[in-house]
Design a protein around this ligand. Sequence first.
Ligand code: GLN
Length: 205
Amino acid sequence: MKKIRVGIVALQGGVSEHAYMVRRAARNLGIDCEIVYVKHAENLNGIDALILPGGESTTIGALMARTGLLKPLKNLLEAGETPVLATCAGAILLAKRVVDKHVGEVKQPLLAVMDFEAVRNYFGRQRESFETPLRVRLDGGEVSVRGVFIRAPAFTKVWGRAESISDFEGVSVAVREGEKIALAFHPELTSDTVIHEYLLRKALG
Ligand code: GLN
């Protein structure tokens, strides 16, 4: 069977958690899989799927700009062929418009490749972190997941080719556009590999 190469953007944030989940998902599916830690543009060559982890979107964006990863990564994402999973800060970086719940419009380096607006820190101080059951609409139908939210964004506007695939309290918390899915929550911090298995299946084609 074909070997799948999964790139994980590894500048800051929850990198090892995603790597662990990718390995478990690959084992569950019986797929041969290699993890590529993406720190520079050349690491993008030959990857079959890409993960943008959570962390701090301002820090990850600034590091992408400094390492020269921003442009080549944006080109790869715009080409739209590679399956992508982005969580939390990673999802913020993919939004075409980003505002902060408290300070409004923010200036930060973005990849800006998906048709949605992300409001950073949407769920406010009191509920900076919480867990809730969610339903997510994937190709094969709806799945139940445990939504782990950590200073999470919400996706307040979705337009164009993008569609919301999960809602919580009247706002979108997951968006899909073509081969890319952006989640406000953290499946890598649960024991459930369903989302990572979805990504690997997409990479298999
Ligand atoms: N609040 C962070 C940001 O705006 C995201 C938090 C996370 O990734 N868990 O970048």
